[in-house]
Write a protein that binds this ligand. Structure first.
Ligand code: PHE
Length: 496
């Protein structure tokens, strides 16, 4: 019979505790196994017939809320009877003013049972009944104390215990089941015939280096067990495409940039010359976060945003601004980024006037109604080149080259508009007989670059990944890419 390392630890532990004794589950924690491991190992040992697991039900009493109060203070009947001893007589209608609800009712009812029922509208003291009653109350208190200390033995004071159990929330009765382990004959045989205490289930570098494997048994595998047939699933087509795109950029010497899904409108819009009170803010349907949290802008960021604000309103020398008002609080609003272009601006701010190319393939969010060519969450292939050499011609060359590397020979570049680039171009391809826009691009306007202190021209683009994938894989509908249909994925052949 083969048993696992944990099973063997547990079995030997039980054997050493005394082959014939019974050991509660919680004591097995001393074996060094966790409760979870003990549970699993013990049930396997039971299945293999090596141990018995006996389930025992145990009744435990705990103090209820009232019980705690009575123990801290007094039983209501105790207060009433003690008071009665002092005053000899108490009118019933006075009791309500001495005790609060519901203690007054409890005190009255209990006192009546202890020999002090109301008569002629009052309670009257009686020496012989009084001492008996107070003695009984004392016994009630003792039971509560024992429950609190966990020293209550069954059989002692059963009558009083029953009485207290009937009284609402004084004592709570709990049924607890505990497991007890006992080794069976085959278990003992196993321990005796396996001199090495543990079997090794998994060989680790530590076991090999320390040589501890020498005096332990190695667990054997049961080769007769039938394994499950698992079919291979390849890389997800989108993931495959992202890797392709990444390698195109990396081969060209680009650096990959990263950013956050949640972005301030300051970076998502202000930094891109999209003014605060301009309809251009709605060009992309934006998910605003309802959170009251606002980002902490650094001193430097605040200075930069004020520059963006001034330019939004007043423009630059030779360039007219939008007019209107700008305010810093507005730029602290948080959105799910609607494009990855803020990452580009953040990157430029950190690498001013360095000749460099950088990119990302990352997720963006827009409040779109979803259809075959629209998703509310999709990826943009973002990037930019900052260089003395940059021009519209370089941009056109780059876009053609990029799409050609992916097998697109017939993209069209058409004039377009973005608030932050001039000139701007869109990439258009024909999909399913219709023109589909794959993305935007352009040369950043001075209104964007000047506040950052950038002198070199910068060309930039933001291209849709999923729409590209649609044509790349010859699919009909963007939603196919996110259906998580294992069968579809299994049969999907990536074109290379
Ligand atoms: N950010 C634009 C979009 O979301 C694309 C773009 C990026 C356009 C860079 C010009 C320059 O569609």
């Amino acid at each position: 019979m083969e048993i696992s390392e944990n099973e063997s630890i547990l079995l030997f532990f039980l054997f050493e505790k005394g082959p014939d004794s019974t050991i509660p589950e919680e004591n097995a924690l001393n074996s060094g196994l966790s409760a979870e491991e003990i549970r699993s190992a013990s049930s396997w040992l039971k299945i293999k017939g090596l141990i018995d697991i006996i389930e025992e039900k145990e009744t435990r009493y705990e103090l209820g809320e009232e019980g705690f109060l009575y123990l801290e203070d007094q039983f209501p009947e105790e207060r009433l009877i003690s008071l009665l001893r002092e005053r000899k007589e108490i009118p019933v209608n006075e009791i309500a003013s001495i005790f609060r609800e519901p203690s007054n009712r409890i005190a009255l009812a209990q006192a009546a049972k202890l020999g002090f029922p109301p008569m002629n509208g009052k309670l009257a003291w009686d020496d012989s009944k009084g001492s008996k009653a107070l003695k009984e109350i004392e016994e009630r208190r003792e039971i509560l104390e024992k429950i609190k200390d966990g020293t209550l033995q069954r059989g002692t004071g059963d009558k009083i215990l029953d009485h207290l159990l009937k009284r609402g929330n004084v004592i709570v009765k709990k049924q607890i089941s505990r497991k007890i382990f006992q080794i069976r004959e085959p278990g003992k045989e196993y321990v005796k015939s396996n001199p090495s205490r543990q079997t090794i289930g998994e060989i680790s570098p530590e076991i090999l280096l320390s040589g501890s494997w020498r005096d332990k048994a190695l667990r054997k595998y049961d080769l007769n067990l039938h394994g499950k047939h698992v079919e291979r699933v390849g890389r997800h087509p989108l993931d495959y495409l992202i890797r392709e795109i990444r390698s195109i950029f990396l081969e060209m010497g680009f650096t990959e940039m990263v950013g956050n899904y949640v972005e301030s409108t300051g970076w998502n819009m202000d930094s891109l010359f999209i003014p605060q009170d301009h309809p251009a803010r709605d060009m992309q349907d934006t998910f605003y976060l309802s959170s009251k949290n606002r980002p902490e802008f650094s001193e430097e960021e605040i200075k930069l945003f004020r520059k963006f604000g001034r330019i939004q309103t007043n423009g630059l020398a030779g360039y007219k601004g939008y007019g209107g008002k700008w305010n810093l609080e507005e730029s602290k609003k948080l959105v799910l980024r609607t494009h990855t272009t803020p990452n580009t601006i953040r990157y430029l701010a950190r690498h001013k006037n360095e000749e460099c190319g950088f990119f990302s393939v990352d997720k963006v969010f827009r409040h779109e109604s979803v259809d075959w060519k629209h998703l509310a969450e999709f990826h943009q292939i973002e990037g930019a080149v900052q260089s003395r050499q940059t021009s519209l011609a370089t941009l056109k060359w780059f876009l053609k080259y990029f799409y050609e590397r992916l097998g697109f020979r017939d993209i069209r570049l058409v004039p377009s508009y973005y608030p932050y680039t001039e000139p701007s171009m869109d990439v258009v391809v024909r999909i399913n007989g219709k023109d589909v826009e794959l993305g935007g691009s352009g040369i950043f306007r001075p209104e964007v670059l000047k506040p950052l202190g950038i002198k070199y021209p910068v060309m930039a683009w933001g291209l849709g990944l999923e729409r590209l994938a649609l044509t790349y894989y010859g699919l009909e509908d963007l939603r196919q890419l996110y259906e998580s249909d294992i069968e579809w994925l299994r049969n999907f052949k990536v074109r290379i």
